[in-house]
Design a protein around this ligand. Sequence first.
Ligand code: KG4
Ligand code: ZN
Length: 364
Amino acid sequence: MLSCAGVPIKATGSRSSPINDKINVNKILGIESSCDETGIALYDTDAGLLAHKLHSQVERHRAYGGVVPELASRDHLRYLLPLIQQTLDQADLPLQAVDGVAYTAGPGLAGALLVGAASAKALAWALGVPAMGVHHLEGHLLSPMLDQTLELPCLCLLVSGGHTQLIEVRALGEYHNLGQSLDDAVGESFDKIALLLGLDYPGGSALEQLAQTATGGHYQFPLPMTDRPGCDMSFSGLKTHTITTYRKAPPEHRAEIAHAFQHAVIETLLIKTWRALQETGLQRLVISGGVSANRQLRRRFTQYFTEKGVELIFPTMEFCTDNGAMIALVGAIRLANGEREQLEINVRPRWPLENLCKIAQAGK
Ligand code: KG4
Ligand code: ZN
């Protein structure tokens, strides 16, 4: 038996678990429930993505200014099965067509993860097909593969609500962390500053829109930790600086402050990413996670790195934020790699990306 990160992985065809007996896995149902989006998708290893559905809990959590874990679990429970049915209906396929189930096993909120994991394992057991626990960040990282060719090795800048990391992708499943935020994640900082500016949670996209209306260069915010060597980052000091500046500024400077904050974040990410590319000698850059939907970030990175001859890859807009399609895709790749799980329900709220197994042969 193989073992990866303490999680037993059985060779294809093991008889000890009733969900291990399927060898050719073609249509994979993906279930994402790590935080506040219930994402379901059906992925075909030959035809690609067949259908996907998303239920966002934004409205449920808005009054609290952030995700309330218990409410998130309950909403996943409420929406997961109807969304699976809607996804199958969209693909015009019966449940019996599913021959593998992938779910987000971590990192994320324990209760929310458990809803997805328990549903996935129960479904897989009932259908007699394998289930595969997927690392949420591997989903973000490989999300461009949903509709583009992704050649490896590459560098990945992963910027989401919970993570900010620079990852050297040496091969599928072989990830090396080059640097990360030592405090707030970039998406989290966007959300906190958006709240300060009176925008609704989650405010990343609204802050970007407000910043667009700024007329001009009133503020120059510091670029945190760029004067220090290495690829680690920090955004909590920039957040404090933004709060202090906002409290002293006239009300009509709201957009200017949003612009200065966003500019400082993007320039900091740019400097650290360039450093990581120089350190590794890599010429290919993937930018994924919720914040990669930021159009100004896309514009600035494209302009800066195209001049330097770096190939830039972004996921399609709808797959930047959490979704079931990226989970189904990674599940398909790992199931094709011969990985199989036991029937026990294990989630990993904390799960270092570097503990994953290298993938010998990728699925299509
Ligand atoms: O990847 P994601 O959906 O969830 C996590 O895995 O965390 O990322 C959500 C984060 C939120 O913080 C949200 O405000 C941010 O991505 N985000 C944006 C934009 N769209 C989403 N941040 C900046 N600009 C955007 N356009
Ligand atoms: Zn995410």
